[in-house]
Design a protein around this ligand. Structure first.
Ligand code: G1P
Ligand code: ZN
Length: 543
Protein backbone atom coordinates (compact mmCIF):
# COMPACT_ATOMS: atom_id res chain seq x y z
CA UNK A 1 0.00 0.00 0.00
CA UNK A 2 1.26 3.41 -0.91
CA UNK A 3 1.58 5.92 1.92
CA UNK A 4 1.67 9.57 0.93
CA UNK A 5 3.21 12.34 2.99
CA UNK A 6 1.43 15.55 2.18
CA UNK A 7 2.77 18.90 3.21
CA UNK A 8 0.44 21.30 4.96
CA UNK A 9 0.46 24.43 7.05
CA UNK A 10 -1.06 25.23 10.46
CA UNK A 11 -4.39 26.92 11.15
CA UNK A 12 -4.53 29.16 14.18
CA UNK A 13 -8.09 28.28 15.19
CA UNK A 14 -7.93 24.58 16.03
CA UNK A 15 -8.26 24.82 19.79
CA UNK A 16 -10.73 22.22 21.04
CA UNK A 17 -13.43 23.67 23.34
CA UNK A 18 -15.73 22.08 25.94
CA UNK A 19 -16.68 19.33 23.50
CA UNK A 20 -13.84 19.05 21.04
CA UNK A 21 -13.19 21.03 17.89
CA UNK A 22 -16.41 22.51 16.56
CA UNK A 23 -16.63 24.71 13.46
CA UNK A 24 -18.87 25.52 10.54
CA UNK A 25 -19.00 22.54 8.17
CA UNK A 26 -17.66 24.78 5.40
CA UNK A 27 -14.48 25.42 7.39
CA UNK A 28 -13.78 21.68 7.35
CA UNK A 29 -14.61 21.37 3.68
CA UNK A 30 -13.19 24.54 2.18
CA UNK A 31 -10.01 25.05 4.18
CA UNK A 32 -7.39 22.77 2.74
CA UNK A 33 -6.43 19.91 5.08
CA UNK A 34 -8.38 21.36 8.00
CA UNK A 35 -9.56 17.93 9.15
CA UNK A 36 -6.27 16.23 8.23
CA UNK A 37 -4.24 18.73 10.26
CA UNK A 38 -6.31 18.12 13.35
CA UNK A 39 -6.30 14.33 12.99
CA UNK A 40 -2.54 14.17 12.35
CA UNK A 41 -2.02 16.40 15.41
CA UNK A 42 -4.16 14.06 17.47
CA UNK A 43 -2.29 11.02 16.11
CA UNK A 44 1.04 12.66 16.94
CA UNK A 45 -0.08 13.24 20.52
CA UNK A 46 -1.45 9.75 21.12
CA UNK A 47 1.28 8.11 18.99
CA UNK A 48 -1.09 6.23 16.73
CA UNK A 49 1.29 3.41 15.78
CA UNK A 50 0.05 0.18 17.35
CA UNK A 51 -2.96 1.88 18.97
CA UNK A 52 -6.60 0.77 18.92
CA UNK A 53 -9.39 3.31 18.48
CA UNK A 54 -13.16 3.50 18.14
CA UNK A 55 -14.47 5.69 15.31
CA UNK A 56 -17.96 6.91 14.46
CA UNK A 57 -20.20 9.92 14.26
CA UNK A 58 -23.75 11.18 14.35
CA UNK A 59 -24.24 10.87 10.59
CA UNK A 60 -24.26 14.56 9.88
CA UNK A 61 -23.06 16.02 6.58
CA UNK A 62 -19.34 15.26 6.03
CA UNK A 63 -19.46 12.29 8.45
CA UNK A 64 -18.76 9.66 5.75
CA UNK A 65 -16.02 11.64 4.02
CA UNK A 66 -14.30 12.34 7.33
CA UNK A 67 -14.43 8.70 8.38
CA UNK A 68 -12.73 7.65 5.14
CA UNK A 69 -9.99 10.26 5.62
CA UNK A 70 -9.44 9.28 9.26
CA UNK A 71 -9.33 5.57 8.40
CA UNK A 72 -6.75 6.14 5.66
CA UNK A 73 -4.67 8.30 7.99
CA UNK A 74 -4.88 5.66 10.74
CA UNK A 75 -3.75 3.03 8.25
CA UNK A 76 -0.84 5.27 7.20
CA UNK A 77 0.02 5.75 10.88
CA UNK A 78 -0.04 1.97 11.39
CA UNK A 79 -2.79 1.90 13.99
CA UNK A 80 -3.41 -1.65 15.22
CA UNK A 81 -7.19 -1.61 15.03
CA UNK A 82 -10.01 0.80 14.28
CA UNK A 83 -13.50 -0.21 15.39
CA UNK A 84 -16.03 1.62 13.22
CA UNK A 85 -19.78 1.79 13.56
CA UNK A 86 -21.62 0.45 10.50
CA UNK A 87 -22.16 3.23 7.93
CA UNK A 88 -19.98 5.41 10.13
CA UNK A 89 -22.64 5.74 12.83
CA UNK A 90 -22.00 5.76 16.56
CA UNK A 91 -23.86 7.87 19.06
CA UNK A 92 -21.62 9.56 21.62
CA UNK A 93 -22.78 7.27 24.45
CA UNK A 94 -22.40 4.19 22.24
CA UNK A 95 -18.85 5.25 21.35
CA UNK A 96 -18.07 5.46 25.06
CA UNK A 97 -19.58 1.97 25.52
CA UNK A 98 -17.40 0.56 22.71
CA UNK A 99 -14.22 2.21 24.00
CA UNK A 100 -14.76 0.69 27.43
CA UNK A 101 -16.02 -2.72 26.32
CA UNK A 102 -13.24 -3.22 23.77
CA UNK A 103 -10.63 -1.61 26.03
CA UNK A 104 -9.32 0.56 23.21
CA UNK A 105 -6.91 3.47 23.58
CA UNK A 106 -9.75 5.90 23.00
CA UNK A 107 -12.14 6.98 20.31
CA UNK A 108 -12.90 9.67 17.79
CA UNK A 109 -16.47 10.96 17.61
CA UNK A 110 -17.55 13.10 14.68
CA UNK A 111 -20.32 15.41 15.76
CA UNK A 112 -21.23 18.94 16.63
CA UNK A 113 -23.71 17.53 19.14
CA UNK A 114 -26.90 19.58 19.24
CA UNK A 115 -25.76 22.15 16.65
CA UNK A 116 -27.46 22.02 13.24
CA UNK A 117 -25.80 19.98 10.48
CA UNK A 118 -25.57 20.23 6.72
CA UNK A 119 -23.32 22.22 4.43
CA UNK A 120 -24.42 25.42 6.21
CA UNK A 121 -24.44 23.86 9.66
CA UNK A 122 -21.70 22.72 12.00
CA UNK A 123 -19.26 19.83 12.15
CA UNK A 124 -16.94 18.69 14.90
CA UNK A 125 -14.41 16.18 16.19
CA UNK A 126 -14.06 14.99 19.73
CA UNK A 127 -11.46 12.68 21.21
CA UNK A 128 -12.36 10.42 24.12
CA UNK A 129 -9.61 8.76 26.15
CA UNK A 130 -9.35 5.11 27.14
CA UNK A 131 -11.85 5.57 29.97
CA UNK A 132 -14.42 6.68 27.35
CA UNK A 133 -14.55 10.27 28.61
CA UNK A 134 -13.76 13.46 26.71
CA UNK A 135 -10.00 13.98 26.80
CA UNK A 136 -8.72 16.22 29.60
CA UNK A 137 -7.32 19.65 28.91
CA UNK A 138 -3.73 18.39 29.09
CA UNK A 139 -4.42 16.25 26.02
CA UNK A 140 -6.50 18.79 24.10
CA UNK A 141 -3.86 21.45 24.75
CA UNK A 142 -1.16 19.12 23.44
CA UNK A 143 -3.25 18.53 20.29
CA UNK A 144 -3.66 22.26 19.86
CA UNK A 145 0.10 22.78 20.17
CA UNK A 146 0.63 20.20 17.43
CA UNK A 147 -1.85 21.97 15.16
CA UNK A 148 0.27 25.10 15.52
CA UNK A 149 3.42 23.51 14.15
CA UNK A 150 2.19 20.80 11.80
CA UNK A 151 3.86 20.72 8.38
CA UNK A 152 2.76 17.38 6.96
CA UNK A 153 0.37 14.49 7.37
CA UNK A 154 0.38 10.87 6.25
CA UNK A 155 -2.41 9.15 4.36
CA UNK A 156 -2.79 5.77 2.64
CA UNK A 157 -3.51 5.99 -1.07
CA UNK A 158 -6.40 3.56 -1.48
CA UNK A 159 -10.06 3.33 -2.47
CA UNK A 160 -12.75 4.09 0.13
CA UNK A 161 -13.50 1.31 2.58
CA UNK A 162 -17.00 -0.20 2.40
CA UNK A 163 -18.68 0.55 5.74
CA UNK A 164 -22.06 -0.96 4.89
CA UNK A 165 -21.33 -4.56 5.86
CA UNK A 166 -20.47 -5.76 9.34
CA UNK A 167 -17.09 -7.40 8.80
CA UNK A 168 -13.40 -7.14 9.62
CA UNK A 169 -10.67 -6.44 7.05
CA UNK A 170 -6.98 -5.70 7.32
CA UNK A 171 -5.23 -2.92 5.41
CA UNK A 172 -1.45 -2.76 5.85
CA UNK A 173 -0.89 -3.14 9.59
CA UNK A 174 -4.38 -1.96 10.54
CA UNK A 175 -7.44 -4.06 11.18
CA UNK A 176 -10.69 -2.24 10.39
CA UNK A 177 -13.57 -3.84 12.29
CA UNK A 178 -17.06 -2.71 11.30
CA UNK A 179 -19.59 -3.31 14.04
CA UNK A 180 -23.30 -3.02 14.70
CA UNK A 181 -23.43 0.40 16.39
CA UNK A 182 -26.50 -0.47 18.46
CA UNK A 183 -26.08 -3.96 19.95
CA UNK A 184 -23.54 -3.47 22.74
CA UNK A 185 -25.24 -0.26 23.80
CA UNK A 186 -28.70 -1.84 23.95
CA UNK A 187 -27.32 -4.88 25.83
CA UNK A 188 -25.83 -2.59 28.46
CA UNK A 189 -29.15 -0.77 28.92
CA UNK A 190 -30.84 -4.11 29.45
CA UNK A 191 -28.41 -4.85 32.29
CA UNK A 192 -29.09 -1.53 34.03
CA UNK A 193 -32.86 -1.28 33.79
CA UNK A 194 -35.81 -3.59 34.34
CA UNK A 195 -36.82 -4.27 30.73
CA UNK A 196 -39.39 -6.83 31.90
CA UNK A 197 -41.28 -4.23 33.93
CA UNK A 198 -41.09 -1.69 31.11
CA UNK A 199 -42.34 -4.30 28.63
CA UNK A 200 -45.36 -4.89 30.87
CA UNK A 201 -45.92 -1.14 31.08
CA UNK A 202 -46.14 -0.90 27.28
CA UNK A 203 -48.27 -4.05 27.11
CA UNK A 204 -50.76 -2.40 29.43
CA UNK A 205 -51.22 0.49 27.01
CA UNK A 206 -48.67 3.04 28.21
CA UNK A 207 -47.74 5.36 25.36
CA UNK A 208 -44.39 7.00 24.61
CA UNK A 209 -43.51 9.37 21.84
CA UNK A 210 -39.81 9.53 21.20
CA UNK A 211 -38.50 12.14 18.77
CA UNK A 212 -35.07 11.30 17.37
CA UNK A 213 -35.04 14.64 15.52
CA UNK A 214 -33.66 12.81 12.45
CA UNK A 215 -30.38 12.37 14.27
CA UNK A 216 -28.30 9.39 15.31
CA UNK A 217 -30.55 7.89 18.02
CA UNK A 218 -33.28 6.74 15.60
CA UNK A 219 -31.82 3.23 15.10
CA UNK A 220 -30.99 2.91 18.81
CA UNK A 221 -34.47 3.95 19.90
CA UNK A 222 -36.20 1.65 17.42
CA UNK A 223 -34.18 -1.33 18.60
CA UNK A 224 -34.68 -0.56 22.29
CA UNK A 225 -38.25 0.79 22.50
CA UNK A 226 -39.96 -0.94 19.61
CA UNK A 227 -38.02 -4.21 19.26
CA UNK A 228 -36.80 -5.05 22.76
CA UNK A 229 -39.49 -3.34 24.86
CA UNK A 230 -42.48 -4.00 22.61
CA UNK A 231 -43.63 -0.38 22.26
CA UNK A 232 -45.91 0.00 19.23
CA UNK A 233 -44.33 0.81 15.87
CA UNK A 234 -44.39 4.55 15.41
CA UNK A 235 -43.31 5.22 19.00
CA UNK A 236 -40.08 6.50 17.49
CA UNK A 237 -40.68 9.52 15.28
CA UNK A 238 -38.17 11.17 12.94
CA UNK A 239 -36.18 7.98 13.37
CA UNK A 240 -34.14 8.09 10.17
CA UNK A 241 -30.80 9.88 10.58
CA UNK A 242 -30.39 12.56 7.91
CA UNK A 243 -27.19 14.47 7.05
CA UNK A 244 -28.86 17.81 7.81
CA UNK A 245 -31.28 16.44 10.44
CA UNK A 246 -34.11 17.35 8.08
CA UNK A 247 -33.14 21.00 8.28
CA UNK A 248 -33.88 21.07 12.02
CA UNK A 249 -31.83 21.97 15.04
CA UNK A 250 -31.21 18.64 16.77
CA UNK A 251 -31.46 19.98 20.30
CA UNK A 252 -34.06 18.50 22.63
CA UNK A 253 -35.39 21.60 24.32
CA UNK A 254 -38.62 23.58 24.40
CA UNK A 255 -37.62 25.70 21.40
CA UNK A 256 -36.03 23.25 18.99
CA UNK A 257 -38.12 20.15 19.74
CA UNK A 258 -41.26 22.22 19.25
CA UNK A 259 -43.22 19.57 17.35
CA UNK A 260 -42.86 17.11 20.21
CA UNK A 261 -43.61 19.79 22.79
CA UNK A 262 -46.77 20.89 20.93
CA UNK A 263 -47.91 17.29 20.72
CA UNK A 264 -47.28 16.71 24.43
CA UNK A 265 -49.27 19.82 25.32
CA UNK A 266 -52.18 18.80 23.05
CA UNK A 267 -55.13 16.64 24.04
CA UNK A 268 -53.64 13.76 22.05
CA UNK A 269 -50.48 13.68 24.16
CA UNK A 270 -48.80 10.37 25.00
CA UNK A 271 -48.13 9.38 28.61
CA UNK A 272 -44.51 10.38 28.14
CA UNK A 273 -42.61 12.33 25.52
CA UNK A 274 -38.85 12.28 25.05
CA UNK A 275 -36.13 13.38 22.65
CA UNK A 276 -32.35 13.31 22.21
CA UNK A 277 -29.88 15.53 20.41
CA UNK A 278 -27.73 15.07 17.30
CA UNK A 279 -25.24 12.65 18.84
CA UNK A 280 -27.57 11.14 21.44
CA UNK A 281 -26.06 12.31 24.69
CA UNK A 282 -28.78 14.80 25.67
CA UNK A 283 -32.35 14.06 26.71
CA UNK A 284 -35.60 15.86 27.29
CA UNK A 285 -38.50 14.27 29.17
CA UNK A 286 -42.10 15.46 29.14
CA UNK A 287 -45.27 14.25 30.79
CA UNK A 288 -48.77 15.09 29.58
CA UNK A 289 -48.74 18.90 29.39
CA UNK A 290 -45.77 18.80 31.71
CA UNK A 291 -42.09 19.64 31.21
CA UNK A 292 -39.42 18.06 33.40
CA UNK A 293 -36.62 20.47 34.09
CA UNK A 294 -33.28 18.70 33.49
CA UNK A 295 -31.95 19.84 36.87
CA UNK A 296 -34.95 18.18 38.53
CA UNK A 297 -34.61 15.17 36.26
CA UNK A 298 -31.12 14.11 37.41
CA UNK A 299 -32.11 14.65 41.04
CA UNK A 300 -35.25 12.55 40.59
CA UNK A 301 -33.39 9.75 38.80
CA UNK A 302 -30.80 9.58 41.58
CA UNK A 303 -33.56 9.49 44.21
CA UNK A 304 -34.96 6.32 42.58
CA UNK A 305 -31.62 4.48 42.29
CA UNK A 306 -32.81 1.64 44.49
CA UNK A 307 -35.63 0.55 42.16
CA UNK A 308 -33.29 -0.18 39.23
CA UNK A 309 -31.27 -3.30 38.47
CA UNK A 310 -28.01 -1.47 37.94
CA UNK A 311 -27.85 0.95 40.85
CA UNK A 312 -29.22 -0.98 43.82
CA UNK A 313 -25.82 -1.10 45.51
CA UNK A 314 -24.72 1.77 47.70
CA UNK A 315 -24.08 5.09 45.98
CA UNK A 316 -20.76 6.77 46.82
CA UNK A 317 -21.66 10.22 45.59
CA UNK A 318 -23.21 12.38 42.91
CA UNK A 319 -22.13 15.45 40.98
CA UNK A 320 -23.59 18.27 38.98
CA UNK A 321 -22.22 21.11 36.91
CA UNK A 322 -22.07 24.39 38.78
CA UNK A 323 -24.97 26.12 36.96
CA UNK A 324 -27.26 23.08 37.45
CA UNK A 325 -29.88 23.62 40.16
CA UNK A 326 -29.23 22.40 43.64
CA UNK A 327 -32.07 19.84 43.61
CA UNK A 328 -29.48 17.06 43.39
CA UNK A 329 -27.74 18.44 46.50
CA UNK A 330 -30.97 17.93 48.43
CA UNK A 331 -31.11 14.25 47.43
CA UNK A 332 -27.43 13.76 48.25
CA UNK A 333 -27.90 15.31 51.67
CA UNK A 334 -30.96 13.23 52.48
CA UNK A 335 -29.09 10.04 51.53
CA UNK A 336 -25.70 10.88 53.01
CA UNK A 337 -23.98 10.80 49.59
CA UNK A 338 -20.93 12.89 48.72
CA UNK A 339 -21.77 15.84 46.50
CA UNK A 340 -19.48 17.49 43.94
CA UNK A 341 -19.97 20.73 42.06
CA UNK A 342 -17.85 20.85 38.89
CA UNK A 343 -17.44 23.25 35.95
CA UNK A 344 -19.62 22.92 32.86
CA UNK A 345 -18.56 20.11 30.50
CA UNK A 346 -18.81 16.38 30.93
CA UNK A 347 -15.08 15.74 31.19
CA UNK A 348 -15.08 16.87 34.82
CA UNK A 349 -17.30 13.96 35.84
CA UNK A 350 -14.98 11.35 34.31
CA UNK A 351 -12.18 11.58 36.83
CA UNK A 352 -14.63 11.45 39.75
CA UNK A 353 -16.15 8.30 38.28
CA UNK A 354 -12.79 6.67 37.60
CA UNK A 355 -11.95 7.24 41.26
CA UNK A 356 -15.31 5.70 42.28
CA UNK A 357 -16.35 8.92 43.94
CA UNK A 358 -19.63 9.33 42.08
CA UNK A 359 -22.29 7.18 40.41
CA UNK A 360 -24.75 9.76 38.99
CA UNK A 361 -24.13 13.16 37.49
CA UNK A 362 -25.99 15.73 35.48
CA UNK A 363 -26.09 19.11 33.84
CA UNK A 364 -28.93 21.58 33.44
CA UNK A 365 -28.33 21.47 29.69
CA UNK A 366 -30.38 18.29 29.24
CA UNK A 367 -27.50 16.02 30.25
CA UNK A 368 -27.70 13.12 32.67
CA UNK A 369 -25.61 10.03 33.14
CA UNK A 370 -23.89 7.56 35.39
CA UNK A 371 -20.70 5.60 35.74
CA UNK A 372 -21.90 3.02 33.17
CA UNK A 373 -19.94 5.12 30.65
CA UNK A 374 -18.05 8.42 30.71
CA UNK A 375 -20.36 10.51 28.53
CA UNK A 376 -23.83 11.77 29.20
CA UNK A 377 -26.48 9.48 27.84
CA UNK A 378 -29.87 10.51 26.46
CA UNK A 379 -31.55 7.13 26.05
CA UNK A 380 -30.20 6.01 29.41
CA UNK A 381 -32.08 8.86 31.14
CA UNK A 382 -35.26 8.10 29.21
CA UNK A 383 -35.06 4.40 30.09
CA UNK A 384 -34.46 5.32 33.73
CA UNK A 385 -37.67 7.38 33.64
CA UNK A 386 -39.58 4.49 32.06
CA UNK A 387 -38.22 2.20 34.76
CA UNK A 388 -39.52 4.57 37.46
CA UNK A 389 -42.95 4.83 35.85
CA UNK A 390 -43.13 1.05 35.39
CA UNK A 391 -42.23 0.36 39.01
CA UNK A 392 -44.28 3.08 40.71
CA UNK A 393 -47.34 3.23 38.47
CA UNK A 394 -47.18 7.02 38.72
CA UNK A 395 -47.35 9.55 35.89
CA UNK A 396 -44.39 11.78 34.99
CA UNK A 397 -46.10 14.76 36.61
CA UNK A 398 -46.88 12.81 39.79
CA UNK A 399 -43.26 11.67 40.11
CA UNK A 400 -42.04 15.27 39.84
CA UNK A 401 -44.63 16.67 42.22
CA UNK A 402 -43.91 13.95 44.79
CA UNK A 403 -40.27 14.91 44.53
CA UNK A 404 -41.01 18.60 45.17
CA UNK A 405 -43.21 17.68 48.14
CA UNK A 406 -40.37 15.66 49.63
CA UNK A 407 -37.37 17.87 48.88
CA UNK A 408 -38.71 21.30 47.96
CA UNK A 409 -38.85 22.84 44.50
CA UNK A 410 -35.90 24.54 42.84
CA UNK A 411 -37.43 26.95 40.36
CA UNK A 412 -34.97 27.10 37.54
CA UNK A 413 -34.60 28.79 34.18
CA UNK A 414 -31.83 29.43 31.66
CA UNK A 415 -31.71 32.32 29.21
CA UNK A 416 -29.48 31.98 26.15
CA UNK A 417 -28.49 35.04 24.17
CA UNK A 418 -27.11 33.52 21.00
CA UNK A 419 -25.11 35.18 18.24
CA UNK A 420 -24.15 38.18 20.38
CA UNK A 421 -21.35 40.38 19.11
CA UNK A 422 -18.22 38.81 20.63
CA UNK A 423 -16.71 42.11 21.75
CA UNK A 424 -19.93 43.26 23.41
CA UNK A 425 -20.26 39.92 25.22
CA UNK A 426 -16.71 40.19 26.48
CA UNK A 427 -17.27 43.76 27.57
CA UNK A 428 -20.32 42.70 29.57
CA UNK A 429 -18.57 39.79 31.27
CA UNK A 430 -15.42 41.81 32.00
CA UNK A 431 -17.57 44.61 33.40
CA UNK A 432 -19.31 42.18 35.73
CA UNK A 433 -16.06 40.63 36.89
CA UNK A 434 -14.68 44.07 37.69
CA UNK A 435 -17.84 44.92 39.65
CA UNK A 436 -17.85 41.70 41.73
CA UNK A 437 -16.03 43.04 44.82
CA UNK A 438 -18.49 45.89 45.25
CA UNK A 439 -21.67 43.83 44.76
CA UNK A 440 -21.74 42.25 48.21
CA UNK A 441 -24.38 43.87 50.44
CA UNK A 442 -26.01 45.78 47.56
CA UNK A 443 -29.79 45.67 47.13
CA UNK A 444 -31.16 45.31 43.60
CA UNK A 445 -34.94 45.37 43.11
CA UNK A 446 -35.42 44.40 46.74
CA UNK A 447 -32.98 41.48 46.59
CA UNK A 448 -29.89 41.71 48.81
CA UNK A 449 -26.65 40.30 47.38
CA UNK A 450 -24.92 37.96 49.81
CA UNK A 451 -21.89 36.95 47.77
CA UNK A 452 -20.56 37.41 44.23
CA UNK A 453 -17.55 35.63 42.76
CA UNK A 454 -16.08 33.72 39.84
CA UNK A 455 -16.26 29.93 40.05
CA UNK A 456 -12.99 28.02 39.88
CA UNK A 457 -12.35 24.34 40.39
CA UNK A 458 -9.56 22.02 41.34
CA UNK A 459 -10.22 18.44 40.37
CA UNK A 460 -9.88 16.50 43.64
CA UNK A 461 -8.45 13.51 41.75
CA UNK A 462 -6.24 14.90 38.99
CA UNK A 463 -5.55 18.19 40.84
CA UNK A 464 -6.01 19.96 37.48
CA UNK A 465 -7.23 23.54 37.98
CA UNK A 466 -9.94 25.30 35.95
CA UNK A 467 -10.34 29.03 36.43
CA UNK A 468 -13.00 31.53 35.22
CA UNK A 469 -15.82 29.00 35.08
CA UNK A 470 -18.69 31.46 35.44
CA UNK A 471 -19.83 34.40 37.54
CA UNK A 472 -22.01 33.56 40.52
CA UNK A 473 -24.25 35.93 42.44
CA UNK A 474 -25.94 34.63 45.59
CA UNK A 475 -28.77 36.50 47.29
CA UNK A 476 -29.62 36.59 51.00
CA UNK A 477 -33.07 35.12 50.37
CA UNK A 478 -31.49 32.02 48.75
CA UNK A 479 -31.69 32.84 45.04
CA UNK A 480 -28.71 32.37 42.74
CA UNK A 481 -27.80 33.79 39.32
CA UNK A 482 -24.95 32.63 37.10
CA UNK A 483 -23.45 34.25 34.00
CA UNK A 484 -21.35 32.16 31.61
CA UNK A 485 -20.05 32.39 28.08
CA UNK A 486 -20.79 29.29 26.02
CA UNK A 487 -17.82 27.23 24.88
CA UNK A 488 -19.70 25.38 22.13
CA UNK A 489 -21.17 28.11 19.92
CA UNK A 490 -19.74 28.66 16.45
CA UNK A 491 -21.16 32.07 15.61
CA UNK A 492 -20.41 35.24 17.60
CA UNK A 493 -20.76 34.67 21.31
CA UNK A 494 -23.48 33.04 23.38
CA UNK A 495 -24.19 34.39 26.84
CA UNK A 496 -26.00 32.08 29.22
CA UNK A 497 -27.75 33.27 32.36
CA UNK A 498 -29.01 30.72 34.88
CA UNK A 499 -31.65 31.61 37.48
CA UNK A 500 -32.49 29.53 40.52
CA UNK A 501 -34.71 29.82 43.58
CA UNK A 502 -35.52 27.08 46.10
CA UNK A 503 -38.99 27.05 47.64
CA UNK A 504 -39.91 24.70 50.47
CA UNK A 505 -43.46 25.86 51.22
CA UNK A 506 -46.00 23.61 49.45
CA UNK A 507 -48.41 26.47 48.75
CA UNK A 508 -45.69 28.23 46.70
CA UNK A 509 -44.81 25.22 44.58
CA UNK A 510 -47.48 25.53 41.92
CA UNK A 511 -46.35 28.79 40.41
CA UNK A 512 -45.34 29.23 36.79
CA UNK A 513 -41.52 29.13 36.62
CA UNK A 514 -41.09 32.46 34.83
CA UNK A 515 -43.44 34.13 37.30
CA UNK A 516 -41.66 32.63 40.28
CA UNK A 517 -38.34 33.91 38.96
CA UNK A 518 -39.48 37.25 37.51
CA UNK A 519 -37.98 39.46 40.21
CA UNK A 520 -34.66 37.65 40.12
CA UNK A 521 -34.47 37.81 36.31
CA UNK A 522 -35.11 41.54 36.35
CA UNK A 523 -32.43 42.10 38.98
CA UNK A 524 -29.86 40.02 37.12
CA UNK A 525 -30.40 41.83 33.83
CA UNK A 526 -30.04 45.13 35.65
CA UNK A 527 -26.78 44.11 37.38
CA UNK A 528 -25.21 42.87 34.13
CA UNK A 529 -26.41 45.77 31.94
CA UNK A 530 -26.83 43.12 29.24
CA UNK A 531 -29.35 45.05 27.12
CA UNK A 532 -27.39 48.29 27.20
CA UNK A 533 -24.09 46.65 26.28
CA UNK A 534 -25.18 44.00 23.78
CA UNK A 535 -28.32 45.65 22.44
CA UNK A 536 -30.24 42.43 23.05
CA UNK A 537 -33.66 42.76 24.65
CA UNK A 538 -34.85 39.16 24.50
CA UNK A 539 -33.05 35.83 24.88
CA UNK A 540 -32.98 33.50 21.84
CA UNK A 541 -33.89 30.48 23.94
CA UNK A 542 -35.62 30.24 27.31
CA UNK A 543 -35.55 26.94 29.12
C1 G1P B 1 -23.12 23.35 26.49
C2 G1P B 1 -23.79 23.08 27.82
C3 G1P B 1 -22.92 22.19 28.66
C4 G1P B 1 -22.60 20.91 27.89
C5 G1P B 1 -22.02 21.24 26.53
C6 G1P B 1 -21.86 20.00 25.68
O1 G1P B 1 -21.89 23.99 26.71
O2 G1P B 1 -24.08 24.28 28.51
O3 G1P B 1 -23.58 21.90 29.86
O4 G1P B 1 -21.69 20.12 28.60
O5 G1P B 1 -22.88 22.13 25.84
O6 G1P B 1 -23.07 19.35 25.44
P1 G1P B 1 -21.70 25.59 26.59
O7 G1P B 1 -22.18 25.97 25.22
O8 G1P B 1 -22.59 26.18 27.65
O9 G1P B 1 -20.25 25.81 26.84
ZN1 ZN C 1 -24.74 16.06 22.25
Amino acid sequence: MQIETISTKPYSDQKPGTSGLRKKTKVFIEQNNYLQNFIQSLFNVIQIKGKRLVLGGDGRFYNSESIQIILKMAIAGEAKQIIVGQNGYLSTPAASVEIRKNKTDGGIILSASHNPGGINGDFGIKFDGKNGAPAPESVTNAIYEQTQKIDSYKIAKMPDIDLMKIKTKTFGKTEVMIIDPVKNYADLMEKLFDFKAIRTLFKNGFSLRYDALNAVTGPYAKEIFENRLGAPKGTVTNGIPLPDFGGGHPDPNLTYAKKLVDFMYSNKASDMGAASDGDGDRNMVLGKKFFVNPSDSIAILASYADITKGYKKSISGVARSMPTSRALDLVAKANGWDMYEVPTGWKFFGSLMDANRIVFCGEESFGAGSNHIREKDGLWAILFWLNILAKTGLSVEQVVKNFWATYGRCYYSRYDFEGVDANAAKQMMDGLIKKLPELKGKTVDGLIIKKADEFSYKDPVTKEKSLHQGIRIFFKSGERVIFRMSGTGTQGATIRIYFEKLVKKPQQMELDTQKALAKLIKAALKISRLSQITGRKEPSVIT
